[in-house]
Design a protein around this ligand. Structure first.
Ligand SMILES: [Zn+2]
Length: 43
């Protein structure tokens, strides 16, 4: 995931089981995080 602010260099490695958990994640700068890729699921 990356910050939705293009001026913010922050990236976040996040593993969540439910998409609703993503809504609770936010960058330290206050912007929401944008999902750039889903991790491969093996189960
Ligand atoms: Zn940010």
């Amino acid at each position: 995931m990356t910050c939705s602010d293009p001026d913010c260099p922050d990236e976040l490695e996040a593993v969540v089981d439910d998409v609703s958990e993503l809504e609770a994640l936010a960058c330290a700068c206050g912007c929401t995080m944008a999902v750039v890729a889903w991790p491969d699921r093996t189960d």
